[in-house]
Write a protein that binds this ligand. Structure first.
Ligand SMILES: *Cc1c(COP(=O)(O)O)cnc(C)c1O
Length: 350
């Protein structure tokens, strides 16, 4: 007997996340994780919550994530009713589609950007439309009025690393009939954010993750800032106990330690700028990056060759077979030492 699956689930492939290698000795520069540990205050908060016998884990967590919302709201200068916490920002992207998009309706995003939007849309049975980029990193042939339900804007862009200005994002919000989701996964590595625009445009939702700048990919934490009507809808459809007790205390401690965030971010940015300059010396074309990764193209335009050469030295970077990206590779910025080793291999490649 064949399973009574929905047709779109049978037909879809499922998302393939970046490779997580087993065993020691790897330099892992393929999924934009932070090379530094999270704030010591985060570790303390988790250990305190856990206690010596784990007794707190008997009890359900605060379903409303109240404290974390309050801390985030204060940090971003909004009322807590404008904030929702999440089990990774991926949970928010998923719930935004579930809240706003009926099967058969359309979502859109820029190609290339984060392809997980497409997987989530497929699960919902939504239609997918993509827009390309112009030479100067604007959306090619964007419509005077985009009538789809959600437009996902990865800003700064992944995997190319450039950012959009708020003027441009504002003009997009005016041209979107539906929701404009500004996916700010990498925003802590730059100095522009669309947060201010949320207050002005009810259809803008800003999503953030703790996975990159806060070094907490393993905790699964994200948040969104949006108009309270959007937040209320997202609260209705989420799992009620979506964040566990350890994640909740980690979120609060991480948000409260902005000094630590700034210090690791600035180390990563200076390593990135040094590494980019070295690669350019070697003849690579490197996009100026506002993130914790770079997209680099060697003179033979063969991303796969570079990827394989690094892989054979146990250095893992991201290669995309997509024809728009196959000429280069995306390299997450690790510690200075990791990047020096990576540079050595690239120098030996010629
Ligand atoms: C990493 C990433 C996410 C996912 O973040 P999580 O909080 O780990 O789910 C979302 N969007 C973009 C563009 C990302 O790079």
């Amino acid at each position: 007997m064949s399973l009574p699956l929905r047709k779109n689930i049978t037909e879809m492939d499922g998302y393939v996340p970046g490779f997580q290698p087993d065993g020691p000795g790897w330099i892992k520069l393929n999924t934009n994780e932070n090379p530094y540990p999270p704030s010591p205050k985060v570790v303390d908060a988790i250990l305190t919550e856990l206690g010596s016998d784990g007794a707190n884990l008997r009890k359900y967590p605060d379903a409303a994530s109240k404290e974390a919302r309050q801390v985030a709201a204060e940090l971003y200068g909004v009322d807590p009713s404008w904030v929702i916490m999440a089990n990774g920002s991926d949970e928010l992207l998923n719930n935004l589609i579930r809240a706003f998009v009926d099967p058969g309706e359309e979502i859109a995003y820029i190609h290339p950007s984060y392809s997980y939007y497409a997987t989530l849309a497929e699960i919902q049975g939504a239609k997918i439309r993509t827009f390309g980029l112009t030479e100067n990193f604007r959306i090619a042939d964007f419509l005077e009025c985009y009538a789809g339900k959600i437009f996902f804007l990865t800003s700064p862009n992944a995997p190319l690393g450039f950012g959009f200005t708020n003027d441009y994002i504002e003009s997009l919000a005016q041209r979107c009939d539906g929701i404009l989701v500004v996916d700010e996964a990498y925003v802590d590595f730059t100095d522009t954010t669309a947060l201010e625009l949320v207050k002005k445009y009810k259809n803008i939702v800003v999503t953030r993750t703790f996975s990159k700048s806060y070094s907490l990919a393993g905790m699964r934490l994200g948040l969104a800032v949006a108009h309270p009507e959007v937040i209320t809808a997202l609260d209705k459809i989420r799992d009620h106990y979506h964040l566990d007790r350890l994640a909740l205390v980690a979120a609060v401690a991480a948000l409260q330690d902005q000094d630590y965030l700034r210090s690791t971010v600035s180390r990563i940015c200076s390593t990135r700028d040094w590494f980019s300059a070295e690669l350019r010396q070697l003849g690579y074309r490197v996009n100026p990056s506002k993130t914790n990764y770079i997209f680099a193209e060697g003179s033979d335009h063969d991303g796969k060759r570079v990827y394989q050469a690094l892989l054979s030295e146990k250095i893992l970077v991201r290669y995309f077979s997509d024809p728009l990206l196959a000429h280069g590779i995306r390299i997450s910025i690790g510690t200075r030492e990791e990047m020096e080793k990576t540079l050595k291999v690239l120098q030996s490649l010629g």
